[in-house]
Design a protein around this ligand. Structure first.
Ligand code: COA
Length: 428
């Protein structure tokens, strides 16, 4: 992605100067942010990336595990295979880190310049700390705040909306939005009604403050908690803390009323798409690409295709390759659509999702940046490698210092003189 290419696409030299040149500068990261962000401001997607585990589990593989058939899964869901984490080192944070790293590389942005990382996930590394904090540490995002966002499969759209708001408010200049999942670790592999549906993976986008009109132009978020029990992991939280009973009854696995979720999803996908297009002032006929949550091909057909009458070639579908990767499904689909040349500057895009909660959300995007990848020179790659190695070394050093303190401090405390009661200060 070059400044010249950007100008040729008519998005202006200011944008090129601000966002396409010198991203990889640590010196600039030192500038106070308020000097850099001036209204009017837009939230542009300037980087993207995804990561999926290598291990492929086909429908035929599942036939060996549960009472199911490839034909049933294909005709009811459109899924043919999914990716599943194979080793303990592959986690929600590791997949998210790789996806986010690729997004930074596409944008050619130094990690120190990121102000905030939001990780949308339904299968976090831990209850706490946030998976986003682990990603922040892995990538050396030393100036970034980090938090996880829980809105089930709608999480990516929610996170994008929050990131946009942070940018428009002038509170952040660069925000990484990650959707990452290892739902295979929350699936009951003996339950054919759920285990055939889900897969693992991660996708990320980098949002930047820009003076070029476009980017994420509108968002719609919704929730109907009366449907909370339709799709849930019943145990492991405050309502049913982990116990021998919750474990033996399988209450830590995903449980779902598939038909009810199907009915909700087909209605809400169409409604949310209509609403967000209204907000953005874009007629349905001018939509170039819908990137819907990839849960089930039939849901996409019943909602976006039939109800909105958007033609098939304008709706991106890759559920056959990955199954439902929850918060990761929209960013993975976006990346593949970009790879296949289905996204170009000037295009009107819609991201629309639904999930447990029940929740739903949609974002309208006016794509405004060129999609050519930056030329990756030997020097640039070495620079990046050094940056990530420095981040790992920094993290190890901080851990080591903490360990030393934890050894030294108790002894120092023990040596502190004990005050006699008469020396105590009176409490006010
Ligand atoms: N293989 C073979 N048969 C299966 C099966 C499987 N993996 N899973 C269920 N069945 C059986 C059922 O037991 C049922 O048998 P029965 O009629 O003898 O009781 C039959 O298939 C039909 O089940 P039903 O639940 O009515 O199927 P469906 O057409 O509604 O499809 C889903 C099931 C789950 C694919 C569909 O409801 C769905 O996609 N719902 C939305 C789920 C979703 O997207 N969740 C994530 C939200 S983010």
């Amino acid at each position: 992605m070059t400044a010249q290419a950007h100008e040729e696409n008519g998005t202006g030299s200011d944008y090129a100067a601000t966002h396409l040149n010198g991203h990889y500068s640590e010196a600039e990261a030192e500038q106070p942010m308020l000097d850099k962000v001036q209204p009017p401001c837009y939230a542009q997607i300037i980087g993207w990336g995804y990561e999926v585990p290598d291990r492929v589990v086909t429908n035929h593989d599942l036939e060996q595990v549960v009472d199911t058939q490839d034909e049933w899964i294909r005709t009811r869901t459109g899924i043919q295979e999914r990716r599943v984490v194979a080793v303990s080192e592959e986690t929600t944070a590791s997949l998210g880190t790789q996806a986010a790293r690729k997004a930074l590389e596409v944008a050619d942005l130094h990690p120190a310049r990121v102000d905030l990382v939001i990780c949308a996930t339904s299968s976090p590394e831990h209850f706490f700390p946030a998976t986003a904090s682990i990603i922040q540490d892995n990538l050396g995002l030393i100036n970034a705040g980090a938090f996880d966002l829980s809105a089930a499969c709608s999480g990516f759209v929610y996170a994008l909306s929050v990131a946009r708001a942070q940018i428009l408010a002038g509170d952040a200049e660069y925000v990484l939005v990650v959707g990452s999942e290892t739902l295979s670790r929350w699936v009951d592999w003996t339950d054919r009604t759920t285990c055939v549906l889900f897969g693992d993976g991660a996708g990320a986008v980098l949002l930047a403050a820009s003076d070029v009109p476009g980017g994420v132009t509108a968002s719609v978020l919704g929730s109907d908690g009366s449907g909370a029990e339709l799709l849930t992991i019943p145990a492991g939280g405050s309502a049913a803390p982990a116990s021998l009973e919750t474990v033996s009854s399988g209450s830590h696995y995903i449980q779902m009323d598939g038909r009810a979720v199907f009915r909700f999803a087909t209605r809400i996908m169409a409604d949310a798409t209509r609403q967000v297009l209204d907000k953005a002032g874009v007629p349905v006929s001018e939509v170039d690409l819908v990137v819907p949550h990839q849960a089930n091909k039939r849901i996409i057909q019943h909602s976006v295709l039939r109800q909105l009458k958007i033609p098939e070639d304008k709706v991106y579908v890759n559920v056959h390759k990955y199954g439902n990767t929850s918060t990761a499904s929209i960013p993975i689909a976006l990346c593949e659509a970009i790879e296949e040349g289905k996204v170009a500057p000037g295009d009107n895009l819609v991201f629309v999702g639904f999930g447990a909660g029940l929740t739903w959300g949609a974002c309208a995007v006016k794509w405004s940046v060129p999609i050519e990848q930056p030329e990756s020179t030997w020097w640039k790659n070495t620079q990046r490698q050094a940056t990530y190695q420095a981040a790992a070394a920094r993290s190890m050093w901080k851990r080591a210092i903490r360990r030393i303190y934890s050894q030294v401090e108790p002894r120092a405390m023990a040596r502190r003189p004990v005050r006699r009661p008469e020396e105590e200060q009176p409490t006010p």
